[in-house]
Write a protein that binds this ligand. Structure first.
Ligand SMILES: [Zn+2]
Length: 320
């Protein structure tokens, strides 16, 4: 198998809603792309077949030399085994569970893609997009699911190895009335601040599940919606303060579709963190918006694939 020194890598992001494939250059720029609703790819053979066809199309579009095989990285929502070969658990795409996805893709692709979690991919993409790159980069993503990632001194911290439930760091509610989470725990941030959790609560209040509609209701001062979003912001503030303390950083980056479509959350949360953080000697944890939007995962997956194929090894902390 020829590993190309072509100046692109194929990034793949199998998301809860959309599956994206893109050609990523070494600067993290998208050179070509295609995407498809994940619901249309919801069995392993269909998914792998479409990914291989999409990658081939993109390689033709970006004029990769025939015979050259650009490196690839694939991001999936869920947790992986410690060798990064198999999906251990995926709450949002259960058909991925137990699949040796990297090996299956290798057979169709003519190369073995580097497999990583969607949280790590988005974190790696967002980290690489920053100038200068922060020494401690902690990234919380709110989308169909909720997950966090961290890059410390250039090394991705592996937080989700062999796990079947959410991290302690992501439990926001330890009270008696904490909601059960599909992961098996109670009170996970996902039960409060994921897209489906907010949409379900909003539907009961204003009959819409559209995040833009929820943001608009907040802007109009709709009291029940404001109370709902304050509750979400409280939970986020608890988790962000914990992440800040755990990773020894003050600035935290917030991404994912929910954060993007409900910018009011950033404002509400910053106000809560200022209130609680002003009493702490290390200062107030400060949330910052992510900058790559929906491309974070596919960019991070491509850059990770490039690093895995071309570097002497992955950054040491990436596989602690
Ligand atoms: Zn959970």
């Amino acid at each position: 198998m020829t590993q190309s020194s072509a100046p692109i890598a194929i990034g793949i992001d199998v998301g809860g809603t959309q599956t994206r494939v893109a050609a990523i250059d070494p600067n993290g720029l998208v050179r070509a792309r295609c995407q498809r609703p994940t619901a249309e790819l919801s069995d392993a053979d269909r998914l792998v077949g479409w990914l291989a066809d999409a990658a081939a199309t993109i390689e033709r579009e970006t004029a990769v030399n025939p015979g050259a095989v650009p490196p690839a990285g694939i991001a999936v929502p869920g947790t992986l085994d410690s060798n990064r070969r198999t999906v251990v658990r995926s709450l949002n795409l259960p058909f991925l569970q137990g699949l040796p996805l990297a090996d299956m893709l290798a057979k169709r692709f003519g190369r073995k893609p580097a497999l990583l979690t969607d949280a790590d991919a988005a974190t790696w993409g967002e980290y690489n997009a920053r100038r200068p790159r922060p020494g401690r980069f902690v990234h919380l993503r709110l989308g169909t699911g909720v997950a966090c990632g961290a890059v410390i001194d250039g090394h991705v911290q592996r937080l989700d190895v062999d796990r079947r439930d959410h991290l302690d760091l992501l439990v926001a509610d330890t009270g008696q009335s904490a909601l059960p989470c599909p992961c098996g725990r109670r009170g996970c941030l996902e039960t409060i601040a994921s897209g489906p959790a907010i949409e379900l609560a909003a539907r009961q209040l204003i009959g819409t599940t559209n995040l833009n509609g929820i943001q608009a209701a907040w802007e109009q001062g709709h009291r029940p919606v404001t109370q709902l979003l304050e509750h979400v912001a409280d939970a986020l503030a608890i988790v962000l303060a914990r992440l800040a303390s755990h990773f020894g950083t003050r600035v935290l980056y917030l991404g994912g579709g929910v954060a993007e479509r409900l910018p009011c959350l950033l404002e509400l949360m910053a106000s809560r963190l200022r209130h609680t953080g002003s009493q702490k000697p290390e200062g107030t944890p400060t949330p910052e918006p992510a900058i790559l939007g929906d491309d974070a995962g596919v960019v991070g997956a491509g850059l990770w694939g490039m690093l895995a194929a071309n570097g002497p090894s992955l950054p040491a902390g990436s596989d602690p």
